[in-house]
Design a protein around this ligand. Structure first.
Ligand code: SAM
Length: 485
């Protein structure tokens, strides 16, 4: 077979996989995908891509193994532990107010891999004395079988909060067996999220009070994400919550979700009633963060020298008309401590005005600016620059962990933001979290490689794409050589 024929068979195979699983295959990763598939073909003694495709259609186990290899079933207990705190502090109390103490909360871990996520939920519900039914589904039968065995290796406990699991496991060498008490709280099932099989009372996916669908949507193309988003919305009971991972695509445009941003992250909710749904839809669309215009007029939030975290430089004077209006109002309020707060109330519906005001106040009173910014992020949860600015102010206030949370939200709202990734990585490097810092510095380099070197970066202090690319490279070299303190 010629190289071109081979390539064409390979593409047919990928198309078939996309059609049947929803998985998308990035062009720049085709070589890696091809190597993985060839390895699988060897194990079943198949030589051609067409024959392998035929085998996939007839052999569900082979399909499951292929999915396993192509997606990383990577997971661990209490991954993004702040999500579980959100469940503890918000989702459960909210549910109790709506449904009382005796009704079981209905939860679903969609794309559960080997079960750590669903079992973490079971532990939270146990600790909170909350009755529950927990459904956990995945496309991979191998992953589900492992999840049902509930025997874990130390690698599953690498998360910050995984100590919470210890009272519920029995250790034997380097194996940890989960107690029956937790295990029996979760029902596992195979379900392909890319198919139209849910919501359905037949597989128990209706009327959910909580859905976790984290680190799964990244594998799908835009159209599949849209459909999954709509279907998950339909699976939620009114007032039910959907939690995705901070690196997942945004879902707000696809269905009537309410978006709630708080200290624990950004979360989606099916509104309790149709009226609030309409309001949410209107708010969600009135300002799309992805298309926010972070142009030069608002760029001056901080200075980011290559070798350190942002310096505590005052924000430059406002140039935007709204900012000028704010400046004059603020001047007329000089000496009045409540000026910032009342001004914020006056201009609260205009996030540009909030941004301008915060920058202005930050030049003279950073702690007041921080307070105003915190309020503004609650008022405008979808405005990326407010979360970014909040992060910058928190860094200046020496609160790096809170700053990371804010920048995480900014990244959630715009995953291509060079400045957010750069600031996030800089803070993490300072915190000694080199693996994640490296990942985000690399992302900065990738994003910069796509841009024009002379362009000034949105939200920067006038730095160009080339400036930040050089700074990120320098930080990466420092991390690689581990000359960090
Ligand atoms: C990275 S793991 C995420 C595990 C867990 N949710 C977490 O965040 O730690 C991704 C999982 O998505 C599953 N997956 C991929 N495509 C899927 C599909 N079409 N339907 C259901 N699950 C799928 C994979 O089998 C894998 O177990």
């Amino acid at each position: 077979m010629s190289g071109a024929e081979n390539e064409s068979e390979f593409r047919h195979l990928l198309d078939w996989l996309t059609k049947h699983t929803g998985l998308k295959f990035r062009e720049d990763q085709h070589r890696h995908t091809m190597t993985t598939i060839r390895r699988l073909m060897k194990t079943v003694a198949v030589e051609g891509f067409a024959e392998f495709r035929y085998g996939l259609g007839r052999n569900p186990q082979l399909l499951s193994d292929t999915i396993d290899q192509l997606t990383v079933g990577e997971t661990y207990f209490f991954r993004e532990h702040q999500h579980f705190e959100f469940v503890r502090q918000k989702v459960i109390p909210d549910f109790r107010v709506r449904s009382g103490h005796h009704e079981p909360i209905r939860a679903w871990s969609a794309g559960c891999a080997t079960g750590e996520e669903a079992y973490s939920l079971a532990i939270v519900f146990t600790q909170e004395h909350t009755r529950s039914t927990i459904l956990a589904t995945d496309l991979s039968t191998a992953a589900i079988e492992k999840a049902q065995r509930a025997v874990f290796r130390p690698w599953s406990f690498r998360g910050q909060a995984s100590d919470a699991v210890r009272p519920f496991v029995t250790e034997s060498g380097d194996h940890f067996t989960l107690s029956q008490r937790i295990k029996r709280r979760v029902q596992f099932q195979r379900l392909n999220l890319a198919t139209n099989t849910y919501p359905s009372s037949a597989n128990g996916t209706c009327n959910m009070d909580l859905i976790l669908c984290r680190n799964v949507l990244i594998y799908f193309g835009a159209e599949t994400v849209r459909e999954i988003s709509r279907r998950l919305f339909e699976c939620l009971a009114p007032g039910g919550w959907l939690i995705t991972a901070s690196g997942d695509p945004r879902l707000v445009e696809h269905a009537g979700y309410e978006v709630v941003a708080c200290d624990h992250g950004v979360f989606y909710r099916r509104p309790l009633n149709a009226e609030s749904a309409a309001k949410t839809a209107a708010t969600g669309r009135s300002r799309s963060p992805a298309s926010n215009d972070f142009d030069a007029r608002h760029r001056a939030t901080e200075s980011l020298p290559a070798e350190s975290l942002p310096a505590k430089t005052p924000f430059p004077p406002p140039s935007h008309p709204v900012a000028k209006q704010v400046a004059s109002l603020t001047t007329s309020n000089a000496g009045d401590d409540s000026g910032g707060a009342s001004l914020l109330l006056e201009l609260a519906d205009d996030s540009d005005a909030c941004l301008a005001q915060i920058k202005l106040v930050a030049a003279t009173d950073p702690s007041r600016a921080l307070e105003i910014c915190r309020t503004a992020t609650v008022r405008h949860p979808l405005v990326e620059e407010l979360h970014y600015l909040h992060g910058v102010l928190l860094v200046d206030a020496d609160q790096p962990l809170m700053a990371l949370e804010s920048i995480r939200k900014a990244i959630f709202l715009n995953r291509s933001s060079v400045m957010s990734h750069f600031l996030f990585a800089s803070i993490q490097r300072r915190q000694g979290q080199y693996v994640s810092a490296r990942k985000h510095f690399r992302r900065v380099c990738e994003l910069c490689a796509l841009g024009n070197p002379n362009d000034v970066l949105p939200m920067s202090n006038g730095e160009t794409v080339a400036d930040i690319a050089v700074a990120a490279q320098s930080q990466l070299s420092r991390i690689e050589s581990r000359r960090d303190p």
